[in-house]
Design a binder for this molecule. Sequence first.
Ligand code: NAI
Length: 292
Amino acid sequence: MAEIKTLAVVGSGQMGSGIAQLGAVHGLDVWLVDTDPDALVRATKSISSSIQRFVSNAHLSQAAGSDALRRLKYTSNLEDLHSVDVVIEAIVESTEVKKKLFSELDKIAKASAILASNTSSISITRLASATSRPCQVIGMHFMNPPPIMKLVEIVRGADTSDETFSLTKALAERFGKIVICSQDYSGFIVNRILMPMINEAFFTLYTGVAMKEDIDAGMKLGTNHPMGPLELADFIGLDVCLSIMRVLHAGLGDNKYAPCPLLVQYVDAGRLGRKRGIGVYDYRKIPEPVKP
Ligand code: NAI
């Protein structure tokens, strides 16, 4: 493939909508796909208000913002993706659900298309095994929120080709990102280190060592982290954190990765973090922070 011109992002939640926005702002024609029509409506609103904020802050011209919005199309029909150059998957963090999607994408996408996953932790080799093109399957792990965070972690599966790697790296750099590369082991680099810390913060709360505010203040002021681990978990989504811990536990086979029972209980109770208005903290009376 000479040049990437068209992109599809599957999953229009907090990550997928941000990745689609990045693609459109950087000149690609973008399809954003979700099985849930309400999620597509939410994505349309959040992308347009995010682009408006970039325009207001003079980080984007009004004309460039309007062009980006025109380049975005929304659909619930995967068949619409038959001619795109790259698909980035950003759906729920479940191996089985993602494998099913990769198998469908393999049948629909053109032969030269790259199939990338924004997975936080799941094996790229395993997702690639659901396709007939494992050399064109790769991990492209954006950080939250994608339009702002500088990093993309690229993960090569066992069969990812050099060409797929180079095109994906060039795409991330076109988006203005700095790339790091990881081998394909559960959690890769960032979540292998971050999630056990968040899990340990839950254990610190669960065992009554300290209050949530003190745990977060300790890590913010004591180690210079911009957010405390419990606050960050609410921002990421407690369901996403739990899924990642389960992948680490199963994939690395060590009990030190067992999810904290309090994290499990919050997810069971539907306390998923900011996106649900309540997680470790209750946001229902606190306004959402303005996302750039
Ligand atoms: P989310 O829950 O905000 O959004 C997921 C979206 O996928 C939902 O709108 C859902 O309707 C849609 N979906 C589910 N199954 C689908 C299917 N088969 N086809 C099309 N759409 C489908 O989740 P979020 O937080 O955006 O995470 C998505 C992925 O990105 C996960 O793999 C997660 O691990 C990863 N990730 C999450 C980060 C975070 O901070 N939340 C950071 C980096 C990666």
